[in-house]
Design a binder for this molecule. Structure first.
Ligand code: DGP
Length: 140
C-alpha cells in the first residue's frame, strides 16, 4: 500500500535519499531534516498508513520496539540526558506529514526545546465522565 503523493512513501522506498540509520522489511529509520536536536530521528513504516489510528496492531508493537532500541542507542551515542518519543496524529495535534511516523528526539538538560503542553487541571467532572465511559466500554 502506497500513496503516490506521499514524500515518506518515497523515502521509505529509497526513491528520495535519506540519512538512514536502520531499515528492515517493515520500517525505515532516518534523520529528521528539521531536527529539534542532534540525533532527532523518524521511524516510518514502509507501507502507507496516515497515522497511528490506521496502523495495524502488529506494526504498532514493532514500531515501539524500534523506538526503544533507537532511544537507547541515540542516548548512549550522543550523551543526551533524556529522549522524547513523540507521535502526532492529525493536523490539530501538529502532524504535518500524513504518513505515520514516530519522532525519537535526544534531549539535554535545559536545552530549551519544548514543553509539549502547558499543564492544566483535571476537573472532577471530566475525570468522572471519562472513567465512567471506559468502565462501561473497556478499551480491550
Ligand atoms: P510531524 O510534524 O510530526 O508530521 O513531523 C514531520 C517531520 O518530518 C518534521 O519534523 C520534518 C520532517 N520532514 C519533512 N519532510 C522531510 C523530508 O523530506 N526528509 C526528512 N528527512 N525529514 C522530513
Amino acid at each position: 500500500m502506497r500513496n503516490e503523493n506521499c514524500i515518506f512513501c518515497k523515502i521509505a522506498a529509497g526513491e528520495i535519499p535519506s540519512a538512514t540509520l536502520y531499515e528492515d522489511e517493515d520500517f525505515r529509520v532516518f534523520l529528521d531534516l528539521g531536527p529539534a536536536n542532534d540525533g532527532h530521528a523518524l521511524i516510518i513504516p514502509k507501507e502507507h498508513y496516515a497515522n497511528l489510528l490506521e496502523l495495524p496492531e502488529e506494526l504498532c508493537g514493532k514500531a515501539m520496539v524500534i523506538a526503544k532500541k533507537l532511544a537507547k542507542r541515540l542516548k548512549d551515542f550522543t550523551g543526551a540526558d533524556g529522549v522524547n518519543i513523540v507521535n502526532n496524529n492529525g493536523e490539530a495535534a501538529g502532524q504535518s506529514v500524513f504518513h505515520f511516523h514516530v519522532h525519537v528526539i535526544p534531549r539535554w538538560k535545559n536545552d530549551g526545546k519544548f514543553p509539549l503542553w502547558i499543564p492544566g487541571e483535571l476537573t472532577d467532572e471530566v475525570r468522572d465522565k471519562l472513567v465512567e465511559e471506559f468502565k462501561k466500554n473497556p478499551l480491550v
